[in-house]
Design a protein around this ligand. Structure first.
Ligand SMILES: O=P(O)(O)OC[C@@H](O)[C@@H](O)c1c[nH]c2ccccc12
Length: 273
């Protein structure tokens, strides 16, 4: 049976073929190479492992998310740049920008605008299913890309991670099960996310983080993804050892996202002083 993930990937591949007709792989490789020289990637690993924050608060990856497959339209984001600046002002360690169009309403234009607006690392959040998308991410300024273990076989995972590192970027490698965590770790992932949203049913269960986190080895940056509605959930993830948390909906719907981020970080400090 086709899952939501499978359906999304069909659309991602169709869009990719269109862009590849405009700018073929070799030309995109050259654009990425130019970006590597003129505007090298920011160190997302360092930022998520502690970075400029001198307390022990959880690091926040704040997402620019217009819509989602489970909820439809989430927020009317007139200026992704302005939203990203608010995230940065509140103390976010990185900004995630959805670039998938059909289900998330994102675009590479959003990525360009956000990268130019902030000094913190920027994640291109998309369904990476081809080498092309990694060169393209770097050409558009991405510092970090998403690799979803469930969408890739082991050789793709290893190859895409190596290319990401070659271009000076980091990868957030997303897992949903113990087996996927093991596959992520086996290829040498340095930043591993546990997404508590089931990609087949889209159900969110934050308890999945506590259940799966013991399988993350020391030395990888641990990211809890999805399901944050308020500070309590952030405190729970922090208690369960998350170094960073990825938050979308709760921030795009909040009237004061800078303050929301401050509140999330403060909540995490109450559980680890
Ligand atoms: O809006 P939320 O529940 O805070 O979730 C954010 C983020 O984890 C979610 O957008 C996400 C996690 N992994 C993904 C992969 C693709 C698209 C989106 C995602």
């Amino acid at each position: 049976m086709a899952t939501v993930l499978d359906e999304i990937i069909v659309g991602v591949r169709a869009d990719l073929e269109e862009r590849r007709r405009e700018v073929p792989l070799q030309a995109m490789r050259e654009r990425a190479a130019v970006a590597v020289r003129s505007s090298p990637a920011r160190d997302a690993h360092a930022a998520l492992a502690g970075g400029r924050l001198d307390d022990h608060g959880i690091r926040i990856i704040s997402e620019v998310k217009r819509s989602s497959p489970s909820k439809g339209a989430l927020a009317d984001i007139a200026s992704p740049a302005e939203l990203a600046r608010r995230y940065e002002a509140g103390g976010a360690s990185a900004v995630s920008v959805l670039t998938e169009r059909h289900r998330f309403g994102g675009s590479l234009q959003d990525l360009d605008a956000v990268r130019a607006a902030v000094d913190i690392p920027v994640l291109r959040k998309d369904f990476t299913v081809d080498e092309y998308m990694i060169h393209e991410a770097r050409a558009h300024g991405a510092d970090l890309i998403l690799l979803i273990v469930a969408a890739l076989d082991d050789s793709q995972l290893a190859e895409y991670l190596a290319l990401t590192h070659e271009l000076g970027m980091n990868a957030l490698v997303e897992a949903h099960t113990v087996e996927e965590i093991e596959r992520a770790v086996a290829v040498g992932s340095r930043i591993v996310g546990v997404n508590v949203r089931n990609l087949k049913t889209l159900d969110v269960d934050p308890r999945n983080y506590a259940a799966l986190a013991p399988n993350l080895p020391a030395g990888v940056v641990r990211v809890a993804e999805s399901g944050v509605q308020g500070p309590e959930q952030v405190a729970d993830y922090a208690r369960d050892g998350a170094d960073a948390v990825l938050v979308g909906e709760a921030l795009v719907r909040h009237g004061d996202p800078s303050q929301a981020i401050r509140d999330f970080r403060a909540a995490s400090l109450t559980v680890r002083g």
